[in-house]
Design a protein around this ligand. Structure first.
Ligand code: NAP
Length: 282
């Protein structure tokens, strides 16, 4: 059994990104710029936003955090997005979700220019992902694909099972695995015989959001297990979806939580921001 070290792989990719970014600056005089809009004061969102700004700083990117009060209207957020769409210093825009209140997140995400949509949530970019004609890649699934490929794991021809069908993780994860020529099953809360389906997987990706959800009897001997879940256990400790102690000995590769998929997501956001800046320089 090998533990996939997401921190080490993330550090390796960030070094590559720094090099690409310095080249862009030297050759075209462009510094990649990311704007993050945060509405309200949700503590988890504050931490995510801080980490994104810190990653920008580390890579020498320009970053702006636009903090808006919880009562900001959709129209007002839309106007901020319009300004950022027109701002040449900014190559990537993201709205930190969830938004407080009952705001129409979909229509706000649609307002972000597809060329600056570094979360890859805009239907234009979702469509490109489904056709395999990549521009931006959705950050968490793209991070999983990097963990798999940089660990030397072949996807082509493998039985891949994804648990979860959210627009952010499960669905695009399935799409990227299909594009890599895996044979993919995407499961959800209505899936029949989930245990049996999972136990057939050569590569099992869990994105459910429940501690100890994936147990040893759901995992084939020698499978690759990727744990996207980020949960708190009864003791308040960060954990994934996988009952790690009982599952790990059965696997050929497994990602830990923390230190697996988590560190990759922001790194992929940085990659998308750099890609946007490179495209703008063309
Ligand atoms: P989500 O929108 O709540 O989706 C959860 C999915 O799990 C849904 O598709 C749901 O099915 C499915 N599910 C729930 N109970 C199930 C059951 N008993 N059997 C089978 N499927 C079941 O969550 P998400 O945004 O995709 O996130 C999933 C997890 O990944 C969370 O823990 C989140 O914190 C974590 N996450 C981590 C990162 C990272 O950077 N590491 C990034 C994003 C998310 P239905 O569709 O039928 O309801």
């Amino acid at each position: 059994m090998k533990i996939i070290d997401g921190k080490a792989i993330s550090t390796e990719i960030r070094a590559e990104l720094r090099e690409r970014s310095e080249k862009l600056k030297a050759e075209k005089g462009i510094t990649p710029g990311l704007a993050v809009i945060i509405v309200g004061d949700d503590p988890a969102s504050q931490i995510y936003v801080r980490n994104k700004a810190r990653a920008c700083e580390e890579l020498g990117f320009y970053s702006e955090v636009i903090r808006l009060p919880a009562e900001t209207t959709e129209d007002e957020i839309g106007e901020v997005i319009d300004k950022l769409n027109a701002d040449e210093k900014i190559h990537g825009i993201l709205v930190q979700l969830p938004l407080p209140g009952h705001k129409d997140e979909k229509s706000l995400l649609l307002r972000i220019s597809p060329e600056k949509d570094v979360d890859a949530f805009h239907p234009y970019n979702v469509g490109r992902i489904s056709t395999g004609d990549y521009g931006f890649l959705p950050c968490t699934p793209a991070g999983v694909m990097e963990l798999i490929s940089r660990s030397g794991i072949e996807v082509s021809g493998k039985d891949c099972v994804v648990i979860g069908r959210s627009n952010i993780v499960g669905k695009p994860m399935g799409m990227l695995l299909i594009n890599a020529s895996g044979t993919v099953t995407v499961c959800h809360s209505r899936t029949n015989n989930l245990k049996e389906v999972c136990a057939r997987a050569d590569i099992l990706v869990s994105a459910v959001g429940r501690a100890d959800f994936v147990t040893a009897d759901m995992v084939k001997d020698g499978a690759v297990v990727i744990d996207v879940g980020m949960n708190r256990n009864a003791a308040g400790k960060l954990c994934g979806d996988v009952a790690y102690d009982e599952v790990a000995p059965k696997t050929s590769y497994i990602t830990p939580v923390p230190g697996g998929v988590g560190p990759m997501t922001i790194t992929m956001l940085m990659r998308n921001t750099l890609y946007a800046a490179e495209q703008a320089a063309k």
